[in-house]
Design a binder for this molecule. Sequence first.
Ligand SMILES: NC(=O)c1ccc[n+]([C@@H]2O[C@H](COP(=O)([O-])OP(=O)(O)OC[C@H]3O[C@@H](n4cnc5c(N)ncnc54)[C@H](O)[C@@H]3O)[C@@H](O)[C@H]2O)c1
Length: 439
Amino acid sequence: MDRRDFMKAGTAAAMGGLTLTARPNPLRAQPPTADAIRIGLIGCGGRGTGAAVQALSTAQDVQLVAMADAFPDKVEGSLSTLTRERDDWGGRPDVRARVDVPAERRFSGFDAYRQLLPLVDVVILTTPPGFRPIHFEAAVEAGKHVFMEKPVATDAPGVRTVLRAAERAKAKRLNVVVGLQRHYQTVYREWVDRIHAGMIGDVVLGRVYWNSGGVWVREREEGQTEMEYQMRNWYYFNWLCGDHIVEQHVHNLDVANWVFGGHPIRAQGQGGRLVRTGKEHGEIFDHHFVELEYEGDGRVLSQCRHIPDTMSRVSEAFHGTNGTAPRPGLILSKSGKVLFEYDDEGDPDPYQVEHDELFGAIAGGQHEYADAELGATATMTGILGRMATYSGRVIEWDEALASDLSLMPKRFAWDAHPPVMPDAHGYYPVPVPGVTRVL
Ligand SMILES: NC(=O)c1ccc[n+]([C@@H]2O[C@H](COP(=O)([O-])OP(=O)(O)OC[C@H]3O[C@@H](n4cnc5c(N)ncnc54)[C@H](O)[C@@H]3O)[C@@H](O)[C@H]2O)c1
């Protein structure tokens, strides 16, 4: 198969074996070259716009041909960023020249993704994570290669959807890269390889952190329905975000899984909200501490906190029977002698490497990337931790993954009620250990 056939293979399978031969797409105002890899962006916020720049900066002939977002202003905002003349993308190919998204290929609303999918070869999924399972499943069904951001779900049913779709993606030879960029970062690759090779002996303990000051709040605006408000201020609602233990700390939990070579088997922990307690902070906690237990009695202590003016640390450390790996890139013997130290100055940007490798594989007709299962496992590890801190119970991996508790709305519409609603004073119910149902 040549590259073009390879890209079409999944689409053909989704269409019951029909092979697409009619090109170019009649909607295209200025057709890219016949060989261009056509990408579509679903979720045109900060990360989506950045990921589009990275995709358009690869060595391949990539064209952004369609964009979709729940809100039309987000499509327009992202498009204007991508087409603005700027000099701070130094060294990149002219991103603007690779953007061809006329009005008829800009879509908005909850169904926007459906309209975009038939128009592209590769899709970038960068909405809030609650929608990822729906979008990933649809992309795989449509036979598209995928770059999708972490996390890949916010609840166990969503994780299972991603796991099922991951299998189908493999069967269709679709490349899937998940934005857990540490896997595309040389310092982590070199460090974890050496830990796996036994440089610190058997790994017995990990410590993983995402302690920071927190993130943005998007204020409620007059005239917004509750659904629109939550969709805009998505970080603070679990059906959309999963809580920051899932949304951000997933990166560090993923490194723990990577080092231990699998997922935890159970977890227990505690957390709450001390300073981020306003109406605008929805329902999520501002700190979690979780003890994760791995097969063979390995343990990981996980901390994540969103509280300003406290210790900041976003990192991982591992302890073994023969030494320690106190931070990415450093390995010490038991006596403290440096066994390995990696200087990452001048290394490529892992966000760019993700796209360089993905588009290189697609262009080369290779099926090299199948990150969805890894992304789902890391996401589920965060969800397991959240279940432990919200409930205060010991939660088993198997029961967590099998849970049928869906956080998602029954109906997606601007006048629909999201699954969590404010009380008469505008406050949302907050999980209470010992009381809250998590399974
Ligand atoms: N890997 C990383 O380091 C990294 C960094 C930042 C963000 N992210 C991830 O990227 C994702 C997006 O984060 P962001 O910071 O860009 O958020 P954002 O709010 O800037 O953008 C999200 C966009 O998705 C849109 N959207 C929401 N629901 C949608 C739907 N159903 N269909 C289409 N569009 C929809 C929103 O309107 C918004 O424009 C998150 O999963 C986040 O965790 C990853």
